[in-house]
Design a protein. Structure first.
Length: 357
């Protein structure tokens, strides 16, 4: 069976490359047609567009891989049925469950590939695509200023800023106050201009006032240069928050905590966190559901494969979207909302496989 497994697995990978390239091409064409107007009338718009879509390729690959994996598995199994290879192996005493193993191994390999993409490649590439979108706004003359806002750098401090230049990453008119455990004023820092650098938020000629317990007036000192304890990047201080795709799982978890400190609702981010763990397993689960049905057909055609796989993939996506909405509305626990599609389809696949045997 090792020779047969290698043969099945090799055919699966060959067809997977074809289906994935076709899926990405269709995705890229549709996305380019819908966004081409954003790059018109801008100097160097063609190169910006090319760079933008190149940065989005890893995300496109991750979003199309589950369906491509399903199409590849069904295509190979249909070819084996048409050539009576499945019938010959079953006649020789090989069970359908044994025949499914190389396809499941392929699906699990795609799950691993999705984890690698989402953790190592997509955060970098999607973040660069986001920077290009900001550059595009600047070239179109759109304002990148935010006036008068408040945020919490930590549990015991508040920061007030009169103006924030998002493009230059500069805060103007900043006051940072720190409280003690009894909510009395402990320290206050006033500075006219704070610049974000690789070392963090750097202030020059800051006035720091330290207050003793129950004192009405504090002791002031001028600091020529200091790093303000603001643990946020510039984009995290705007309404243009970081997208979940720009972060790996650990960074996303920390970012959710940061959003709570900023007084924002991180519900959608929490849902994305759970989905990030659940969705990659769609590859082997969809194969588990489809394989018993595909190998029962007498002469499955390519059109028949598409007619079966596309509604199956759409049904999985529809159920996941519906459950995610229920989770964000707090009508379902978020963990259950993220995993319910996998659990239901896994149960259906096991039931179909038992009937097939």
């Amino acid at each position: 069976m090792r020779v047969v497994d290698r043969y099945f697995f090799k055919e699966y990978l060959k067809l997977l490359v074809v289906t994935e390239l076709a899926s990405i091409s269709i995705y890229l064409l549709v996305d380019a047609l819908s966004r081409v107007g954003n790059f018109q009338g801008i100097q160097g718009g063609g190169m910006l567009a090319l760079e933008y879509f190149l940065y989005k390729l890893p995300l496109m690959a991750s979003q199309t891989l589950p369906l491509s994996s399903l199409l590849a598995a069904l295509g190979v199994s249909g070819q084996l049925v048409r050539h009576n290879e499945i019938l010959a192996l079953e006649t020789a005493g090989v069970s359908p469950r044994r025949l499914l193993i190389p396809f499941l191994m392929g699906g699990l390999l795609m799950t691993l590939a999705l984890f690698v993409l989402s953790e190592a490649f997509i955060p970098i590439s999607y973040g660069k695509a986001g920077l290009l979108k900001q550059e595009l706004k600047v070239k179109k003359g759109k304002t990148m200023l935010k006036e008068g806002f408040v945020f919490k750098p930590s549990k015991d401090s508040f920061c007030f800023a009169n103006l924030f230049d998002v493009r230059q990453a500069i805060l103007y008119g900043v006051t940072l106050v720190k409280l003690d455990k009894d909510f009395n004023l402990k320290q206050r820092i006033d500075v006219e201009r704070v610049l974000y650098t690789k070392q963090g938020w750097i202030a020059k000629n800051a006035v720091r006032t330290a207050f003793e317990a129950a004192a009405l007036f504090g002791k002031k000192e001028i600091l020529p240069k200091m790093a303000l304890p603001i643990p946020f990047e510039p984009r995290e201080l705007t309404d243009q928050s970081l997208e979940p795709e720009e972060m790996n799982v650990l960074r996303l978890k920390r970012y959710i905590q940061d959003q709570r400190q900023l007084g924002r609702d991180p519900t959608s981010l929490e849902m994305d966190f759970h989905l990030r763990l659940a969705l990659p397993l769609a590859c082997p689960i969809l194969i588990l559901v489809a394989f018993p049905v595909a190998t029962r057909s007498a002469r499955p055609s390519f059109a028949g494969t598409l007619a079966f796989s596309l509604p199956l993939g759409f049904g999985y996506w529809l159920l996941t979207s519906f459950a995610s909405s229920m989770g964000q509305a707090r009508l379902l626990p978020m963990g259950l909302a993220a995993w319910i599609s996998n659990l239901l389809f896994l149960g259906a696949g096991l039931a179909l496989l038992l009937r097939r045997t």
